[in-house]
Design a protein around this ligand. Sequence first.
Ligand SMILES: Nc1nc2c(ncn2[C@@H]2O[C@H](COP(=O)(O)OP(=O)(O)OP(=O)(O)O)[C@@H](O)[C@H]2O)c(=O)[nH]1
Length: 442
Amino acid sequence: MKRPAPRRAIGADPAAQTLSAAYTARQTTPSFHARALRMTLHIPTLVLILVVGFGLLTLQLWMAGRGALGRGELQQLSWAALAFSLGFGCFALRERLPAPAVLLSGNWLVIGGLAGVAGAVSRHLLNRGLPGWYHALALAGLLITPLVLDVATPVRAGAMSGVMAVLLLPPTVAALRLGWRGELSFRVVASMLVLASAALWLRVGLAVCWAQVAPQAQEPWRTWSSLIYMGAFMAVLAAGFGLILAAFERMASQMRQLASVDGLTGACNHNTTVSLLAHAMERARREGQPVSFVMLDLDHFKLVNDRHGHAVGDQVLKAVAACTRARLRGSDVLGRLGGEEFGLVLPATGLSGARHLADQVRLAVEALELQGDGGRPLRVTLSAGVAEAAAGDTPETLMHLADKALYQAKQQGRNRVVVADDWMRNSTLQSVAGSEAPAPGG
Ligand SMILES: Nc1nc2c(ncn2[C@@H]2O[C@H](COP(=O)(O)OP(=O)(O)OP(=O)(O)O)[C@@H](O)[C@H]2O)c(=O)[nH]1
């Protein structure tokens, strides 16, 4: 029987030994790691990605034009993106142009870009530009740059990353403290700024180790240092796109607010009040709770306008709305139904509670000490109609009923609260039924 040839250990084969030795040598020499890194993450390509990425961000913002640049933070971001794109463009030309000039202008532009990002974050979160101390900080960064150009690479890398990390610290802290509770998309900005800051501080740490351990060695230190730097600015680029999302998210919510809130008094507008009343009535029906509606109307408000002018009239409306809102629960709704007429949606409130609240509001408004034209003292009063929803009522019926009660309050001499009674309810139901009846011959 033919016996199989004995297996030879790989180590025993001279050819395999040579290959293995070569492989081990390739695996362990630092230049292999550096080459592998350079092959997978080609640094000039990464620089080019940053040039193009920030360039596209600038282009995108400029093409959006007034729509986007009307917002201060996006205008500032477009300048920051342009500075980054040009700055990394300088670094890309490092081999072709005199190195000191390229390094100086590149670093200055990147510092300018970081100040732009800080300004954009400040405008978004605080609605104001950068404080004076931040300008001084950025100026110090610009002045330090030429001093470190001629020093050894590890020291320059550490110093420049330190400057940049310090400049990125205030917007990062502000984004974490104030931005996390804001728009959801601002969380992208906050996370990316944290990432960028962490990468820059890591590069500072790496530079310190490099300077102490092997200041003469180029690889793999230089490759890692460049990769961390590129990573930091990729995160800044992502933060820039995140800021665009956050700005548009804010615009959308402001538009929603404008569409539902009365600009003068901050109360809900007519449509919103009616839909919130419908919602409260539906909920009350399901939960077996009462719900009431109060209609408030200022007395002889035309005289206020005639005697003191429209501007004073507007101030009176604002003061009355604020005074009323101060007496409401969190779940109550104050709506401006039109002109000098307001409505209160009061969930979980029966007729007596609603009457009590309406009377409190009436007394508080009567006690308001307002200033009329030329500082003359001005007092106003209001009348109120109160109605509680019954089974089968619609929001329109309930508002009709409260309006009837309000009419009675005006008829009885104003500055009073009237509660809708059965007679008013019956006549309201009849008039609603009449308006819904088909036209003769229809
Ligand atoms: N300043 C100001 N005035 C308003 C506004 N909306 C409505 N008005 C004024 O409110 C006044 C309402 O007048 P009327 O409807 O006659 O009511 P009134 O004078 O309060 O009389 P009664 O309701 O019967 O007590 C008009 O002069 C409107 O011009 C507003 O937004 N600002």
